[in-house]
Design a protein around this ligand. Structure first.
Ligand SMILES: [Cu+2]
Ligand SMILES: [Zn+2]
Length: 283
């Protein structure tokens, strides 16, 4: 049996961020937490000089449902997806890794930083990448989730935030790439929907766990740097995750999709067009 990981519901082994006091820290010592916090910074910045210009890029994320900003933990069910599910959102967290600034000639500049974004905590929704070589970039590519190399047990620093995103060892270990969930109306009652994306075997007999991350080339994100700083605001429309190319009905796959390859593939394919650039501002 795999213990469910939920924002909602009973406090279980590896995840219940809303009820932090229930979490058994296990092997995590305070010392380890402190040390990893020290090393969590986003890399060094050598500073800029006139002959070695470098740019800085701040990516700022927001979440919406179609045209309205996402409001979580509402009493009612304010949203409706393409399948007709009336729903609310209780939690939404995901990693961003593999931020790549791509040039027209096919080369790119890539950041190795890992960012955990929590829609409930505005301080987590922006991060800055420094030391970007000058020149024009045609687009920004991001990986929603943890790249294959680091999505393994112990692949990220042992912080409480990463601990809360752990993926069960029985399902391949590592971390949730995306953890979103809420409730939806199911007839007279209501039920839980969960979008937990991580590692799953495609076939029970295979030994390889596929890492379900979303590769997004953010449309309209091209930008040119000299030794300046830019802020690009990216909006994520959650409803867009539930439509095109496949309409996703909460009732079809139930509230536990962590061991199901098919709904995870649908959600990954659907998510690719959910990210759009809202603004590009020179700071
Ligand atoms: Cu989960
Ligand atoms: Zn798959």
């Amino acid at each position: 049996m795999i213990a469910p990981c939920r924002f909602l519901g009973p406090c279980r082994a590896h995840l219940v961020p809303a009820v932090r006091t229930c979490i058994a820290l296990g092997a995590l010592s305070l010392g380890a937490l402190f040390l990893s916090a020290l090393f969590l910074g986003c890399g060094g910045d050598k500073g800029t000089t006139p002959d070695d210009p470098e740019g800085r890029l701040t990516l700022k994320f927001s979440y919406s449902i179609d045209d309205a900003p996402l409001v979580m933990n509402t009493a009612d069910y304010p949203y409706e997806n393409a399948a007709g599910n009336e729903y609310k959102v209780v939690g939404l967290k995901h990693y961003i890794t593999g931020v790549q600034l791509r040039r027209l000639n096919g080369t790119s500049f890539e950041s190795t930083d890992v960012h955990l974004l929590n829609a409930a905590d505005p301080t987590t929704l922006a991060f800055t990448i420094g030391q970007i070589p000058a020149g024009p970039y045609s687009s920004i590519q991001i990986l929603v989730g943890v790249d294959d190399t680091r999505n393994v047990e112990g692949g990220l620093p042992a912080t409480l935030d990463n601990f809360n995103m752990q993926w069960p060892r029985q399902l391949g270990g590592g971390y949730h790439n995306v953890m979103a969930e809420g409730r939806y109306k199911a007839g007279a009652a209501d039920s839980t929907w969960t979008v937990h994306l991580g590692k799953v075997k495609h076939d029970p007999n295979e030994t390889f766990y596929h890492n379900h991350v979303v590769e997004v080339i953010v449309p309209g994100s091209g930008i040119s740097f000299s030794d300046d700083s830019w802020e690009v605001s990216i909006d994520v429309n959650l409803n867009q995750w539930f439509v095109t190319p496949t309409v996703y009905d909460f009732a079809t796959y139930g509230s536990f999709i962590m061991d199901q390859h098919e709904p995870q593939e649908i959600l990954i394919a659907n998510a690719r067009d959910a990210f759009t650039v809202k603004s590009k501002v020179r700071l």
